[in-house]
Design a protein around this ligand. Structure first.
Ligand code: KIV
Length: 261
């Protein structure tokens, strides 16, 4: 049985991870979820951008700091944004800025063959890194072009190679996005660091979801197959808003109970 460990934490059950972009959400998640990720998905989810390429260091610094101040028990993970780690020098400088400003336990970067040198450099500088492979959203201008990977033998081989290289270079975990179940299983069984999946099957050592998807807070009608709404915030909030609007029109709100004398 594979030992699931990240930094000084050993997990006896699969790792759970959710995103948080704000302190109020961080407070809800802290201690209930193993890892909390300030993901650059905030670009599309929160700021309504078409992709994550417009996410800046300042955005990650501000959200990372606001979220991480609230986290006392879970492990804190922060995404490095697009263009912040194009080469070793920029990567180290920006990683240090994020570490100083937001104090995450781990930084996550999207890895391709070309970016392995950056991963190595950050690890050599004693930075804890999660390697994100499979579908790497920062490489897509158009999210409609995203498709599941790992279906062909070549994709399977390449992904396994990238995961193994990430391990060898010192990544603390590998995040697998949108890959087939058999490829996720193959990778999980062939590396000793944990795999955390999003759209990558139950064979991973852990799972991650975007919090807004979990509670159905998104405006996106086309949801990926792996998204499960555990709660329909959209519907409940819409009803509350309609009720408030009605009460204002009928002068029922604010009643005496909500009025200063
Ligand atoms: O940015 C993010 O939220 C992510 C998850 C989708 C894994 O990277």
């Amino acid at each position: 049985m594979k030992k699931i460990k990240i930094l000084n934490k050993t997990f006896t059950k699969p790792i759970s991870c959710l995103t948080a972009y704000s302190p109020s959400i961080a407070k809800i998640l802290d201690g209930k979820i193993d890892l909390i990720l300030v993901g650059d998905s905030l670009g599309s989810t929160l700021y309504g951008m078409k992709n994550t390429q417009g996410v800046t260091m300042d955005m990650m610094k501000n959200h990372g700091n606001a979220v991480n101040r609230e986290i006392k028990r879970s492990l804190k993970v922060l995404d490095m944004p697009y263009k912040a780690y194009d080469n070793k020098i920029d990567a180290y400088r920006n990683a240090k800025t994020l570490l100083n400003h937001c104090a995450p336990d781990l930084l996550k970067i999207e890895i391709s063959e070309k970016k392995l040198v950056v991963l190595k450099h950050l690890v050599d500088k004693k930075i804890n890194v999660i390697s994100h492979i499979g579908v790497t959203p920062q490489s897509y201008k158009d999210f409609n072009k995203i498709r599941v990977l790992g279906r062909t033998n070549k994709e399977k081989r390449d992904l396994l190679k990238l995961a193994k290289q990430s391990e060898t270079l010192g990544a603390k975990a590998v995040l697998l996005e949108c890959i087939t179940a058999d490829t996720a299983k193959l990778i999980t069984e062939n590396i000793s660091i944990p795999t955390i999946g999003i759209g990558a099957s139950r064979y991973c050592d852990g799972q991650v979801l975007v919090f807004d998807d979990l509670i159905n807070l998104t405006t996106n009608n086309k949801k990926p197959k792996f998204v499960k709404n555990y709660f329909n915030f959209n519907k409940i909030a819409s009803n509350a808003v309609k009720k408030y609007n009605q009460e204002v029109k009928l002068k029922k709100y604010p009643s005496a109970k909500f009025t200063y004398n």
